[in-house]
Design a protein around this ligand. Structure first.
Ligand code: NCD
Ligand code: ZN
Length: 362
């Protein structure tokens, strides 16, 4: 049995308010616990988005009644809320800026709209950007101009990781995260590993392949693995949509991920593609430091390192009912989670009630 600290996921779409048929606070936090994650940072692209005092208060009220693991809520940067969100910063996980097109209404196209956010955000916590390729370079430049910490969400490209490496070497306050799907899948929707003992059965197709940032080339995937030392955090970007939505017309982009990140990474550890210390650094130590999260006393996971099994959406707690990793053979299973002294999960069962989760910003 392997004992690990409770994991932190800085990038989760809870879908409440507004789309609880995909997920809600209760199902998202059950999914987190089953995946060994004891703190989630919730994204603001809900319906309505979380972007001012009223929507933040409403969102946090629901979370306090329904969350089973600990959490904080992001604020979304909109076209005219820079002063308002800056005042609310102490209550929020961080500020999220959508600079490229994706699911939801929070996109900021005009760079003059970015300026006010970079100017006013207090900077105790980072500005987290959804920014791809050249918009990432522009965001890095603004962070540098205003001397604010920036965290780049879900990097996926070789050019992104190499630019961040250079920026870090030159003292820019930049951190970044990568998602398992950009490490384990390429643009063909196929397994992107070098030598894996149990390659998955079928590549993803159609709407099931849709995610933002898109799955990238094999060369991009390899550049991420080759530059793991540049990557600060692993994050799921858990973005649940139902199978009917994914297989329908206009499939929304996004993959669920809370229940697959740990087994995928433990499998990579068992294949010596990663060390356990790297994993803990990127899923506990670094996110805690970057997002200024408190320690969780009496909190740990128990993992059966040698358990080999097949990933099955039917066994998961997320409401969305599918996973891009269906049928993958993995090694390493979470058997028990203890959160702040309470047994929260054991052998497939969630043992804490909605409302047990605490807002780490209060
Ligand atoms: C996310 C979603 O569905 O909310 N989709 C995605 O493909 N990642 C939005 C996002 O994180 O950009
Ligand atoms: Zn996201």
């Amino acid at each position: 049995m392997l004992k690990l600290p409770g994991l932190i996921d800085p990038h989760v779409h809870v879908r409440e308010p507004g789309a609880t048929h995909k997920e809600d606070w209760t199902s998202a936090t059950a999914s987190a616990l089953a995946g060994g994650i004891t703190t989630i940072l919730a994204m603001p692209n809900t319906k309505p988005p979380i972007f001012d005092e009223q929507t933040l208060t409403e969102g946090l009220t629901i979370a306090s009644q329904k969350a089973r693991c600990d959490y904080a809520q992001y604020l979304g940067a909109g076209p005219d809320n820079a002063a308002a969100v800056a005042r609310l910063a102490p209550r929020a996980a961080a500020l999220k800026m959508y600079l490229d097109s994706t699911f939801g209404e929070l996109r900021l196209d005009d760079m003059t709209l970015w300026l006010e956010h970079f100017r006013l955000w207090p900077g105790q916590t980072p500005i987290v950007t959804h920014s791809e390729s050249r918009s990432m370079a522009a965001a890095l430049w603004m962070a540098q101009m205003f001397d604010k910490p920036i965290h780049i969400a879900h990097i996926s490209l070789r050019e992104e990781v190499l630019l961040i490496k250079e920026a870090k070497a030159r003292g820019v306050k930049v951190t970044c995260e990568v998602c398992p799907h950009h490490l384990f899948l390429n643009f063909a929707g196929s397994y992107a590993g070098a030598q894996h003992c149990c390659a998955p059965p079928h590549p993803l197709t159609g709407g099931r392949k849709e995610v933002r940032p898109r799955l990238a080339t094999q060369a991009d995937v390899e550049a991420l693995w080759a530059n793991l030392d540049v990557i600060d955090c692993f994050a799921t970007d858990h973005a649940p949509h139902t199978l009917a939505e994914k297989d329908g017309e206009n499939p929304p982009p996004g993959f669920p991920g809370l229940e697959t990140i740990l087994p995928l990474l433990l499998t990579a550890v068992s294949e010596s593609r990663l060390t356990l210390d790297d994993m803990i650094e990127k899923m506990v130590t670094n996110p805690r430091k970057i997002f200024k999260l408190p320690e969780q006393p009496e909190t740990w996971l128990e993992v059966d390192e040698n358990a080999r099994y097949e990933i099955k959406a039917a066994e998961m707690h997320s409401r969305c009912g599918w996973t891009p990793f269906e049928g993958w053979q993995v090694k390493g299973r979470v058997t028990r989670v203890v959160l702040r002294g309470r047994e929260a999960y054991r052998d497939g069962k969630i043992l804490v009630e909605p409302g047990f989760g605490k807002n780490v910003r209060t």
